[in-house]
Design a protein around this ligand. Structure first.
Ligand SMILES: Cc1ncc(COP(=O)(O)O)c(C=O)c1O
Length: 399
């Protein structure tokens, strides 16, 4: 694996002609990254750089559906007095039934949580009981938080390109586990159910984080939900915060063998899902028209954004093919420079990838937003590109 280098100086144009494989820095690994996880959507920090209130930023850094939250959710929590006055149903019966119906499974296989993040914590506790846990990197930073909380023995697994070969050589064993994110944040890679099933045959526990799976217009054939009964060593974690645009309300769920979920339930706080989130979840899963609108919007808007990025300036922005609602972009302009420039000039917040230690400064992650917002981003990037070239020319680094 070649280390990342920017050998052409401040403006290191790429020699390859497609985004191709990831160019990772093997010297910075996920399990060595001791910094607290940094998420997208840090709007308060960004607003101080931009010099405006947080609401005036257009946020391309957090991968949240720009069409939401749907009216059905707002209606479901519009009169909250009753819900606020009582403790939530500790069994979350209605919510679990709604989730189970959505997937065609039995409610005993479902455990709602305070965002996918909470379920990752309990999954990490099970993973920490094993001799080693493989985490493909680059990875969502919260895996590190959850795994470190229980002293798990983490091994980074460098992804190479998004195909089956990412997994073929992963060592197996009766005391080895893995946490896999499909579709994968930050790359947008999507692996086949068949290749992930091969891991289930070789590993003691496989946690599949499908936080972005609902963005696929047809997830059958990709989600591992229909493998659950065959593999008690499979845990699926799902999020409702991204697709339904409610990260502030928090809601996710795990699907796994009922014995495992009973154990997790005995560990956690009572009522960790609040009553409004539980109401919102039932309404969200019933909202077929919002789901359809999202599936109609995403693929063409993502394609147009990727094309505009590729065409923006020769060899400057190289988006990876993505199955999710964001694009990882290899950028010849350093991500941190672009992030600050776009904040100050345009009040647009993009995600630099410094918090993914293996990626470093030559990557950006961009949420796909509405077409007018995506066009605004492209116009801002054209102007930023010109400024960057002029700055490089005036300080001699382009020479
Ligand atoms: C891959 C992945 N899994 C899980 C989460 C957490 O989702 P939630 O908001 O449901 O806790 C995120 C949030 O960014 C994520 O990117």
């Amino acid at each position: 694996m070649a280390p990342f280098t920017s050998s052409a100086g401040a403006f290191g144009a790429f020699s390859d002609d497609h985004a191709g494989g990831l160019v990772l820095n093997p010297h910075r690994h996920f399990d060595e990254a001791l910094d607290p996880p940094v998420h997208g959507g840090n709007r308060v920090w960004a607003a101080t750089i931009a010099g405006c209130p947080p609401e005036e930023l257009v946020d391309f850094s957090a991968s949240i559906n720009p069409l939401g939250p749907p009216q059905s959710i707002l209606d479901a929590i519009a009169n909250p007095q009753d819900a606020l006055r009582a403790y939530p149903d500790p069994t979350y019966g209605a919510l679990r039934r709604a989730i189970a119906d959505h997937h065609g499974i039995d409610p005993s296989w479902v455990m709602p949580g305070n965002g996918a993040a909470e379920l990752l914590t309990w999954a990490a506790r099970d993973l920490a009981a094993l001799d080693a846990v493989y985490v493909p990197v680059p990875a969502f930073g919260d895996y590190g938080r959850a795994l470190r909380a229980f002293g798990a023995r983490v091994k980074s697994w460098l992804l190479v390109g998004g195909g089956d070969r990412d997994w073929l050589a992963l060592p197996g064993g009766p005391k080895i586990g893995a946490i896999v994110n499909n579709p994968h944040n930050p790359t947008g890679f999507l692996w086949s159910a068949a290749v992930l099933e091969s891991l289930l045959k070789r590993l003691a526990l496989v946690v599949v984080d499908e936080a972005f799976m609902d963005f696929l217009p047809d997830e059958r054939g990709w989600s591992l939900v229909d493998r659950l009964e065959r593999y008690p060593n499979l845990v699926i974690v799902r999020s409702l915060t991204k697709f339904y645009s409610m990260p502030g309300l928090r809601l996710g769920y795990a699907i796994a063998h009922p014995d495992r979920l009973r154990r997790w339930n005995s560990w956690r706080d009572p009522w960790s899902v609040n009553s409004l989130a539980a109401l919102a979840g039932v309404a969200a899963l019933a909202d077929r028209s919002f789901q359809q609108r999202t599936w109609d919007w995403l693929p063409p808007s993502r394609d147009r954004l990727a094309l505009a990025l590729r065409n923006l300036a020769p060899d400057t922005f190289k988006p990876f093919a993505s199955a999710a609602n964001f694009l990882l972009v290899r950028s010849a302009i350093p991500g941190p420079w672009l992030q600050r420039d776009l904040l100050r000039r345009d009040r647009l917040l993009v995600r630099d990838c410094l918090s993914f230690p293996e990626l470093g400064s030559q990557y950006l992650r961009l949420a796909v937003r509405t077409d007018p917002e995506n066009q605004r981003l492209i116009r801002a990037l054209v102007a930023a590109y010109r400024r960057f070239v002029e700055e490089g020319a005036s300080d001699g680094t382009m020479g």
